[in-house]
Write a protein that binds this ligand. Sequence first.
Ligand code: PLP
Length: 379
Amino acid sequence: MAAKPLHPATLAAQALGWIDEQTGAVVLPVHTATTFLRDPDNQYRRGRGYGRADNATYDQPEALITALEEGAASLLFASGMAAAAAVFHSLPAGSHIVAPRVMYWALRRWLAAQADDGRLAADFVDMTSLDALRAATVPGQTRLVWIETPANPLWSITDIAAAAEIAHAAGALVAVDSTAATPVLTRPLSLGADIVMHSATKYLNGHSDVIAGSLTTARKDEFWQRIVMARSGDGAILGSFEAYLLLRGMRTLYPRVERACRSAMKIAETLAANPRVLEVLYPGLPRFPGHTVAARQMQGGFGGMLSIRVKGGEAAAIATAARVEIWKRATSLGGVESLLEHRASIEGAGSPVPPDLLRLSVGIEDPDDLIADLETALG
Ligand SMILES: Cc1ncc(COP(=O)(O)O)c(C=O)c1O
């Protein structure tokens, strides 16, 4: 009888249970070598030649991400942006892609610049609408549909399975930025996506001390080979120590995300009743437009990210942010400490983000302390 597969929380806590064979150490060494010995007959039978393509410290974190995402292989990158760029660099020049209007702003800006330079043809659509996606996807021409769900910073939800059906029917691949969902809550490959991307800077690492990215593929196919070549060719590789820190962070991924989800729900419900708050954007609230789809494709919670719109407009939002003490006024997300940010100030002109919006990344502090701080700041 086959052994019952281990729960992913067990795989993460034990980093797949790998032991250093030579010493018995339960934490593997950090390999800093940039080059590897050739065999006397000129072969590389141990499989590694040069550190830009091969890094032994990546093996365990890449294998863990692959296991958590239920994929075929993963690659680490120097940042989430480097991971995303490797996907687009692996498409033929001039490819047509469809991306969401609401998505991580720096990637949206980068894609728009690629399109302006003629390297890609990009259509930005309302990715909460399958009709809008269908209308933008051109059979035989569209090469890739990029999804982010929940999408930063309005937390809009895209139905991954339905979007994948539309994209595949047109002959396009589907890549999902699953940074906010994490593999704890959503496994896009099991819903039909071809590639999953993470800004591992966020929840995977979880401690606001590493910039990193990852891609995981459903299949080791020709497109994946192009991505493998893009990482080594573009040279956007992660340092060995950062790869080690990322693995250390991932060991606590489950308890961190579970707690952040519980606290975010409590904060969302409390702030929804606050008279100074115009609107709470959180997929866990039943009246949130994407709630039904989120409840289907997210298991165990709706994430640690939410946004609030403050009554009184931009000035009131910025003044609220100025008054918090426990929350830290800082960009980024997914760390153990709670962060709050006036998002429109970051995204600038052309952003779909309302000027009264504060983005909240819920950490692992006591939720009542976080609520009290926000309520005081809202006044
Ligand atoms: C959803 C999302 N995707 C991608 C990125 C880019 O990741 P990185 O900052 O690691 O390059 C970010 C960063 O904020 C993000 O929030």
